[in-house]
Design a protein around this ligand. Structure first.
Ligand code: MF3
Ligand code: CO
Length: 245
């Protein structure tokens, strides 16, 4: 899992550097495809349930699963980029929301709270804890800051396939209460709306948007449960020496 996750993180880093006002989301996806190939990896999303793009690029009120098109990104847009790669038989999955050029304080606060909720969720990913401990950490922080967590989409176990057990909701759901054990790899991915938590899917069958049109942010890491502290596998600065073997 480590090499796959380092590649996923590097590609996401490269995409974030590439994003600037005036480029289209199709150009972003094309660039992502090229970078994945350069790293010897493939998109884990392309072809998954007939998904047609290499990445998910979700702009402003789009929550997740936004598909590349001819839309030009403009200054102030809030863009969530989700990158999953297959490398050497394993999947690395990560996402980040960035402002194009810059943004207002309300959007920045939404991104900051979402990112921080991810790190609080990760901190709860220790052996002996349960999935709900992650969910609770994320939900309490997000709602404590006046934002809401999406219910319809959740984090997940990840390994040789993209979606494995357990599901990792960003809200407390007592029916999903698996105990966390060392060796598990899970994708924790809070999707946070500035307004109400409700979402709908557009007619294209994929793009998820907030029902009230409010902004949404999404941060995701693939994390390894260890005997001690959780290890964030999708960390782009991991020395590439660790990728060998
Ligand atoms: N990171 C998302 C997930 O975990 C991406 C899936 S997009 C899809 O579900 F197109 F592949 F479905
Ligand atoms: Co995921």
């Amino acid at each position: 899992m480590r090499p796959a996750c380092v590649v996923a993180a590097k590609v996401l880093d490269e995409i974030v550097d590439f994003i600037k006002p005036g480029i289209t989301t199709q150009q972003v996806d094309n660039f992502a495809a090229e970078r994945m190939m350069a790293h010897g990896a493939k998109s884990a999303f392309l072809g998954y349930r007939k998904y047609p793009c290499h990445t998910c690029i979700s702009v402003n009120e789009e929550v997740v699963h936004g598909m590349a098109n001819e839309r030009e990104l403009k200054f102030g847009d809030v863009v969530s980029v989700d990158v999953g790669v297959r490398y050497n038989g394993f999947i690395g999955d990560n996402a980040r929301t960035v402002a194009v050029g810059g943004c207002g304080v309300a959007a920045q606060r939404l991104m900051d709270v979402t990112e921080q909720s991810l790190y609080l969720g990760i901190a709860a990913a220790i052996p002996g804890n349960r999935v709900t401990d992650i969910s609770r950490a994320v939900q309490n922080y997000v709602e404590g800051h006046g934002f809401s967590v999406v219910r319809e989409f959740v984090g997940h176990g990840v390994g040789r396939t993209m979606h494995e057990e357990p599901q990792v909701p960003n809200f407390v759901d007592r029916t999903m209460n698996d105990r966390l054990r060392p060796g598990m790899t899970i994708a924790i991915e809070p999707m946070v709306n500035a307004g109400c938590p409700d979402v709908k899917i557009l007619k294209d069958g994929w793009t998820v948007v907030t029902r009230d049109g409010s902004l949404s942010a999404h941060f995701e890491h693939t994390v390894l449960i260890t005997d001690g502290k959780p290890e964030i596998l999708t960390w782009a600065k991991t020395p590439s020496a660790l990728m060998v073997g």
